[in-house]
Design a protein around this ligand. Structure first.
Ligand code: NAD
Length: 475
């Protein structure tokens, strides 16, 4: 019997690793090692890219209806593993199990079925030419895709790439993050069980060197990346030199704009506010961690957010009662704590949190800063932890100005009783996505950022377009 966790999934086979080098994953709840998997070496990446190249002609020539049927079987096989996926993700990165059960275990199947339906019913694109004749616009698969993902939503963000790529007829080499290396083999098992042809999906676990090697590999045609802005810039440089198409979903520092007519009753807005500002222990790219409050309601907004943070249950990420789990690694907790110290040093007033709870694990208590402005380091840099800055503004125009005074442009929300006013604000904020009284990226709509938050879009029809190469045939 093959133990899948001890092998690399390449070319439809479970390959024995060439070296003893393994990636160990440590529980953020207990600080104990919970498992390890073999690390892919450069030769394994070569094999994976070769396997993806070899599988490309067959997969891209498969009729869309047949591809769609295989994607649905793949989705069914993921669904069968939903509980294990949720548990494995939460055990590694500290994501509260309620969230991983609702999102990590279900978003990939929703996406696969969405893109399967899209290619099932796609009309031909034939246009009447303005200069005579007709033009047939073909949408060819772009080729072999390198899909590189971070640890915070390892399953969902992988699916953001493989679902549209496979639907488009591309083959994929996935490089998961070392912090969450243990759940990727479940995707491989599901791909095999769902009957995806050999080489259509290959997985090369490893760190940034493995990622960089994959990005510049001669056999790769397109890079889909989610991660930090720093890594994104390096990847963009490589892809620029190679003229290799790339999609980059990077960091964020979004604004939560509370208008002066907003209903701040937590029994009404608490759940939505949580998703928009603190979901996944603050380890989410789109969170609105800059809370903009009208000056005349400033103290009230501070009180609401302070009370809100204090109602959240801190606990083991595998406990269904947990709202806030630990930070993914010890190093990351130090980074978050470093920002809290900077916030204090820059004159911010901590109204709640500001330190660790008294328990093992890499926890940080949800922390609210008042009396802080938009120029402070903690208002400008992505902290990626449960830390909110509350910033005063004077009038809607001023709120929009502060929201836009950021290097990033990924998410954001406006909280108001007046939809017209809300839309007016939404239209003026320079960002890739925005929410009114709620925020959740939906599979049907393009997701991505502007400025330092990245290039290109995932999800929706736009998401599959990023894995296609257009060809016009004049006839
Ligand atoms: P990271 O950039 O360190 O790593 C992300 C992935 O890229 C990992 O698999 C890593 O091994 C790999 N990698 C790192 N450097 C690389 C390089 N030079 N070449 C190729 N691969 C490389 O990010 P992280 O710490 O894992 O994740 C947190 C970051 O991800 C945050 O900045 C967050 O905002 C961002 N993120 C963005 C989105 C989005 O959709 N915009 C979603 C989730 C997370």
């Amino acid at each position: 019997m093959i133990h899948h966790r001890d092998h690399l999934y390449i070319g439809g086979d479970w390959l024995r690793p060439r070296t003893d080098s393994r990636i160990a994953v440590v529980s953020p709840n207990t600080e104990q090692e919970i498992g390890s998997i073999p690390e892919a070496r450069p030769q394994d990446v070569d094999l994976a890219v070769e396997a993806a190249r070899a599988a490309l002609p067959g997969w891209s020539d498969t009729a869309p209806g047949e591809r769609a049927a295989l994607l649905r079987r793949f989705a069914d096989a993921i669904e069968e593993r939903a509980r294990e996926i949720a548990r494995t993700v939460s055990a590694q990165n500290g994501m509260p199990i309620r969230l991983s059960s609702q999102l990590e275990a279900t978003y990939p199947t929703t996406l696969l079925r969405y893109y399967a339906a899209m290619i099932d019913s796609e009309p031909e694109d034939v246009r009447a030419g303005l200069l005579g004749g007709r033009i047939r616009v073909e949408r060819d698969p772009i080729g072999v895709v390198a899909a590189i993902t971070p640890w915070n939503f390892p399953q969902t963000l992988a699916a953001f790439k493989y679902a549209p790529a496979l639907a488009a007829g591309c083959t994929v080499v996935m490089k998961p993050s070392p912090e969450t290396a243990l759940d990727a083999y479940l995707i491989a098992e599901a791909a095999a069980a769902g009957g995806l042809p050999a080489g259509v999906i290959n997985i090369v676990p490893g760190g940034r060197r493995t990622g960089a090697y994959l990005v510049e590999h001669r056999g790769v045609d397109k890079v889909g990346f989610t991660g930090s802005t720093t890594a994104g810039r390096q990847i963009a440089r490589t892809c620029g030199e190679l003229l290799r198409p790339v999609t980059l979903e990077l960091g964020g520092k979004s604004a939560t704009i509370v208008l002066d007519d907003a209903d701040l009753d937590l029994s009404v807005i608490g759940d939505e506010l949580f998703v928009a500002t603190l979901a996944n222990n603050g380890q989410t790219c789109f969170l609105g961690t800059r809370v903009l409050a009208p000056r005349h309601r400033y103290e009230e907004v501070v009180d609401v957010f302070t009370a809100f943070a204090e109602t959240l249950t801190i606990g083991d990420s595998l406990d269904p009662g947990t709202d806030i789990g630990p930070m993914v690694t010890e190093r990351h907790r130090e980074r978050v704590e470093g920002y809290i110290e900077k916030g204090r040093a820059e004159g911010g007033r901590v109204t709640t949190g500001g330190g660790r709870p008294d328990r093992p694990g890499w926890f940080v208590r949800p922390t609210v800063f008042a009396d802080i402005d938009n120029a402070a380091t903690i208002s400008r840099e992505e902290i990626f932890g449960p830390v909110l800055s509350i910033i005063a503004y004077d009038g809607d125009e001023d709120a929009v100005r502060i929201a836009n005074d950021s290097g990033f442009g990924l998410g954001g929300t406006v909280w108001t009783a007046d939809p017209e006013r809300g839309f007016a604000v939404a239209r003026k904020v320079r960002t890739g996505t925005f929410g009114m009284n709620r925020y959740l990226p939906d599979p049907v709509a393009p997701f991505g950022g502007v400025k330092d938050s990245g290039l290109g879009r995932e999800l929706g029809p736009e998401g599959i377009a990023a894995y296609r190469s257009l060809k016009s045939i004049y006839c």
